[in-house]
Design a protein around this ligand. Structure first.
Ligand code: AMP
Ligand code: MG
Length: 407
């Protein structure tokens, strides 16, 4: 089978994954991290009334045009109280931060700039107040009708504050696509206990479930199926009848018991690929009962790289995210120690640790052994350096890195 380019394999997947799961309404506190399904318009202005930005005195600026000016405080307004009566010429109102500015007043003079002359309320100002100074005008942050949340936006803590301040208590968000994860292989065991001869522990499933969750999907554990056609069929049919997407790992290469391949070919319209990348060359994608099914390779690092390149963007599209947010950031970094490789017709994805260097540029260094079973380098990595076919990158030269974790 000839090699398929990474771009062609990705396009094959993304051309077939469309549609967004239905919406659901959730309370504000549960909305963070979710994708807004509909635009929200403010029905209230913020601030709702002119209020003071300082503790001080609400004044008529015209009264302070000539200084020093002696004025008379006729009352006090605290935050939470209604505005004082109209301020007449020569009068001021003592006012606290957040309290409504009384009619007639058009500026606030901070307490530090006011000299209190006597108990009777006389004060002296030595510099003129400017119209609007230290007054937060009604609607100067949000006006009625302003959009405060756009469809396709990931709701942030900042959005929660905005929504709360305009009196919105719940939001319509896209239901998380349910993504089932199935491990396959006779050699796999879960749970503790000693390993029998030839056995290994299932590590792909827990990692893939966490990646699904981090991508915005609802991770559904479909368990572990042995290399048995009937068991795999049963698990896959259960998966496609209960999930929006199904991921399998293992059983898609050329081995004697790579039965996922056989079973999926019977169940759906699958395409088997050898992608020109390393790791994660074997890959399958297709629709079973219209549900996208990803046949990820079994090697632990390969399954994660394959997830990153193919499954994650598809899941994010189903989450309702805009097209420019389907992929990870892809900045250039300096390969400080170089990242050598040999030509083999494939693009290599090298696990690297990326940091912000002293000069502010990103620096990438190998995160360890790069075999497709070497999980420790994956755990240590926050990036996949992308090495096009060739001899790799010289020390100090730039390399593009897919950021798969925090810097
Ligand atoms: P396969 O594609 O099924 O031939 O698997 C390739 C390699 O990945 C073999 O060494 C498997 O034992 C290993 N492998 C497959 N599935 C898993 C899994 N869920 N967890 C850890 N290793 C796995
Ligand atoms: Mg296997």
């Amino acid at each position: 089978m000839g090699l398929v380019s990474l771009d062609d394999a990705r396009a094959h997947v993304l051309d077939r994954v469309w549609g967004v799961p239905p919406y659901e309404t959730v309370p504000l506190a549960e909305a963070v991290g979710r994708v807004a399904a509909t635009r929200v318009l403010a029905e209230e202005a913020v601030p709702p009334f002119d209020n003071s930005a300082m503790d001080g005195y609400a004044v008529r600026s015209a009264d302070t045009a000539r200084v020093p000016a002696v004025l008379r405080a006729v009352g006090t307004t605290l935050a939470g109280q209604a505005a004082a009566a109209e301020v007449a010429s020569g009068e001021v109102v003592r006012i606290m931060t957040g309290a409504p500015v009384p009619p007639g007043a058009d500026a606030v003079v901070p307490i530090e700039k006011v000299e209190v002359l006597d108990e009777g309320g006389a004060i002296r100002l030595t510099s003129p107040a400017i119209v609007g100074e230290h007054v937060r005008r009604a609607g100067d942050d949000i006006q009625v009708g302003d959009p405060v949340l756009m469809a396709g936006t990931v709701v942030s803590p900042g959005h929660l504050g905005v929504l709360a301040t305009v009196g919105v208590g719940e939001v319509e968000v896209v239901r998380r696509p349910r993504v089932g994860v199935l491990s396959t292989g006779d050699e796999l065991v879960t749970g503790g206990g000693p390993l029998a001869a030839g056995q290994i522990r299932d590590s792909n499933r827990i990692a893939l479930l966490a990646l699904v969750d981090a991508a915005g999907g609802e991770a559904v554990d479909l368990g572990l199926a042995p290399d048995d056609a009937e068991a795999i069929t049963k698990a896959l049919l259960h998966g496609v009848s209960t999930c929006d997407v199904v991921l399998t790992s293992g059983g898609v290469s050329m081995g004697d018991v790579d039965l996922v391949k056989e079973v999926l070919d019977l169940l759906g319209d699958m395409r088997w690929m050898q992608v020109a990348i390393r790791p994660a060359k074997p890959f399958a994608f297709g629709l079973v009962d219209r549900v996208p099914v990803f046949g990820l390779p079994g090697n632990p690092v390969s399954s994660v790289v394959s997830f990153e390149l193919f499954a994650r963007p598809a899941i994010r599209r189903l989450c309702g995210l805009p097209e420019n947010q389907l992929d990870r950031p892809y900045p250039a970094a300096i390969a400080v120690d170089g990242l050598p490789r040999r030509p083999d017709g494939k693009v290599h994805f090298v696990r690297v640790r990326v940091i912000v260097g002293a000069d502010g540029r990103l620096e990438a260094r190998s995160a360890g052994d790069q075999g497709s079973h070497h999980l420790t380098a994956l755990a240590a990595a926050n990036g996949l350096a992308v090495l096009p076919d060739g001899d790799g990158v010289e020390p100090g030269s730039p390399v593009d890195v897919l950021l798969i974790g925090d810097l």
